[in-house]
Structures are given as C-alpha cells and as structure tokens.
Design a protein around this ligand. Structure first.
Ligand SMILES: *[C@@H]1O[C@H](CO)[C@@H](O)[C@H](O)[C@H]1NC(C)=O
Ligand SMILES: *[C@@H]1O[C@H](CO)[C@@H](O)[C@H](O)[C@H]1NC(C)=O
Ligand SMILES: *[C@@H]1O[C@H](CO)[C@@H](O)[C@H](O)[C@H]1NC(C)=O
Length: 346
C-alpha cells in the first residue's frame, strides 16, 4: 500500500488532466508515461485508487526489461525516459483511476493519473483455425472513432507484449513483414491481417492493436490454431492450352462445411482478389468465365475456368469464409492452384 497525498499542494504531477484510456474486456492496454530524465534510476509503479490511498499493482526498480506481476507488466526504458505499463486480460472491474508514478524516497512522488474504462467487447475468446502450408486472412474490427489511428498485429508470448509486430503505414495500402501483411480498410471499419505459408508454430495468442496515441494502445486478442490438415491437397499445378478449360476439385476440412467458399486470384504479395463465391451446397455459381460448385456432403469444392487465355495464368486459391461478414470473421485458404496457360497447338 502506497499513500499518495493527493491533497497536498506540493505534490508534483505532470499538470495535465487524467489520461483517458479505453480497453475491451478480454483484451489489454499499453500505457506510456514520459518522465524527467533525472528520474531514470528511481523505482516506478502503477497503482489503483482514486483517494489518497493507492494500492500498488506493480512496482519495480528494474530497468530496460519487462517485469511482470499478475496481469500487470512494467518496462522502464531509461534511454528515452519512458515507462510503459501493460494490463492484460482486462475485465470490466478494472475500470477506475490509476496512477503511473515515479517513487522518490523523501520527496513527493511524481505521477500522472490514468482514467481507465473497460468496455464489454464482443471479441472475447475469439478463435481462428488455419492449416499449415496454406494462408489465412484475419479480420480485426474496431470502433469508428479509431478509423484514422495506426493499427498493429503481433504475437503475444507469455507475460510479454508484442513479438514481430507489424503495423499499418501511412499512405500505404499494405505493409509487409516476412510472411505477415496488414491492410487497414477504413471505410469498412476493420483491418485485415494476411499470413502466408503458415506453420504449426504460428499457433498462439495474437493481439489486434489500435495505436490511439504515442501514450496509449489497446488490443483485442485472438487465438490462432494452425493444424496439419492431411485430408486435402495443398497445391495443384495445371497446364492448360489457350482456349481450353481448367477444372480442379479442392477437398476441404469438415469444420468449413457450412461456410461460403470462394475462388480467388492472387496478385503479387497482397491478398487474393475474388473471382467467385458460392454460398449453397450443390448449386452451380457462374461468374463470367469462372464457375464454382460446392458439395458439402463430400466436402469438395469444384472450380472451373472456361476458355482460358494467357492472362489467366497465375496463382489461385480455393478457400472458405468463416463468418467473414461478422466482426470476428476470417478466411481460410485450403488449396493453391498454379495455372500455366500455354500457346495453342500448332
Ligand atoms: C507524446 O507526445 C507528447 C506531445 O508531443 C509529449 O508531450 C509526450 O511526452 C509524449 N509521450 C511519450 C510517452 O513519448
Ligand atoms: C473493404 O471492405 C469492403 C467490405 O468488406 C470490401 O467490399 C472492399 O473491397 C474492401 N476494400 C479493400 C481495399 O480491401
Ligand atoms: C487445434 O485444432 C485441432 C483440430 O481441430 C484440435 O485437435 C486441437 O486441440 C486444437 N488445439 C488448440 C491448442 O486449440
């Protein structure tokens, strides 16, 4: 228990109003506090309370490493004189006033107040399944007010914040980092994360984050489960002569039996462009030269491209939309089709 004599006039604060921070239940928040460089060696703490009594959630003298205490973590970056506090697995009960403080033995502490509000989110315990060797496109929704803020995606390892973070960049449609790409669709109110060449080690907990300011970020979490699915062929190569037809059957996992299926063509690096979608079982859907037929009984999606031209050469994917229309949707890609269109017979 730390007593903060907040009614004493000589208490030094950063003078500003309380920082307003919003989070969502099940997710987390990151709060940064810049302090005067002369306090780099002091202990730092984060405590909860709105009166003169404040109970420490975390307090440490450690520097330049994450220190964990339950759902709270603190990182004191002495180079930039900024300390960061992370709160994970938020609940509505975490709503309240907090202090980010610099501890001073025989002086009043220096602190800033944080007004945390935790909203009940609909994205608690969200699960995404995907298959090794294929790709996935995950949707991260956000409220309208965060449209213009940068977005980020990263893997959360035990007790630590963000590994291999990938962020949106201003004036760029897609940003890439290794097998991961991110794209903010502002008009639709979500950002997409696209992961290529999935491996089972990608299984884990991930954060869909919104960078609200240089001082606060919040995130919602999702659990990605990448399994080896042995029932379907992951890659099919076909060579078709100009004017010929391509027909390929894509076997898919049972868990996607009731989802809409699609065929899409992939331009370099970025996500797939839709060629056609089928929403019902045993019904032919035609879209120009593309046609799709989904037999949910046998878990087989049959795709055709009629009278191909050389421009049809390229990489296609058979996939399923898992609740894509909802705010926690994602797309699963299960079979890659490499089409090569060659010249006519002489
Ligand atoms: C964020 O930016 C404001 C205004 O530029 C600055 O006063 C503050 O110290 C910054 N905070 C951090 C944590 O860098
Ligand atoms: C944004 O999302 C909407 C609705 O899902 C979609 O129609 C549109 O193509 C997307 N835009 C981009 C650039 O991906
Ligand atoms: C991942 O999914 C597979 C197949 O659906 C299941 O057997 C496995 O238990 C799941 N693993 C986790 C960590 O959820």
């Amino acid at each position: 228990m730390k007593i903060l004599l907040i009614f004493t006039l000589c208490l030094i604060s950063d003078g500003g109003d309380a920082k307003k921070v919003t989070g969502y239940s099940g997710g987390g928040v990151l709060i940064k506090y810049k302090y005067d460089t002369k306090f780099t060696q002091n202990q730092k703490y984060f405590c909860k309370g709105s009166g003169p009594y404040c109970s420490d959630q975390i307090k440490t003298g450690a520097k330049n490493e994450w220190i964990n205490s339950g759902r709270f973590s603190l990182f004191d970056d002495t180079k930039s004189a900024v300390f960061s506090v992370m709160i994970r697995e938020l609940t509505v009960q975490d709503t309240g006033m907090y202090y980010c403080g610099v501890y001073r033995d025989s002086w009043m502490d220096i602190y800033t107040t944080v007004d945390l509000k935790v909203k009940k989110g609909s994205l608690v315990s969200r699960k995404v399944t995907a298959y090794a060797g294929t790709r996935s496109n995950i949707k991260c929704s956000y409220d309208d007010e965060y449209k213009k803020k940068p977005k980020a995606f990263c893997k959360i390892k035990t007790h630590q914040w963000c590994f291999n973070q990938i962020s949106t960049e201003p004036n760029r449609l897609w940003s890439h980092n290794g097998r991961f790409s991110i794209h903010d669709n502002r008009s639709a109110g979500f950002f997409s994360v696209f992961i290529r060449e999935l491996i089972t080690e990608d299984t884990g907990t991930y954060a869909c984050a919104v960078v609200v300011s240089n001082e606060t970020e919040f995130y919602t979490v999702l659990t990605l489960n990448v399994t080896q699915d042995l029932s379907s062929e992951k890659s099919i190569s076909k060579t078709v002569h100009v004017g010929g037809d391509l027909t390929v059957s894509c076997k898919y996992p049972e868990s996607h039996r009731n989802d809409n299926k699609f065929l899409c063509k992939r331009p370099a690096l970025a996500a797939c462009l839709y060629s056609a979608t089928v929403k019902e079982s045993r019904k032919h859907v035609n879209n120009g030269k593309f046609s799709l037929y989904d037999d949910r009984e046998t878990q087989m999606l049959t795709v055709s491209i009629r009278s191909v031209t050389e421009q049809d050469s390229g990489e296609y994917w058979c996939g399923a939309e898992a609740a894509w229309k909802s705010e926690h949707g994602y797309k699963v890609y299960f079979t890659q089709i490499d089409l090569t269109v060659t010249g006519e017979f002489v």
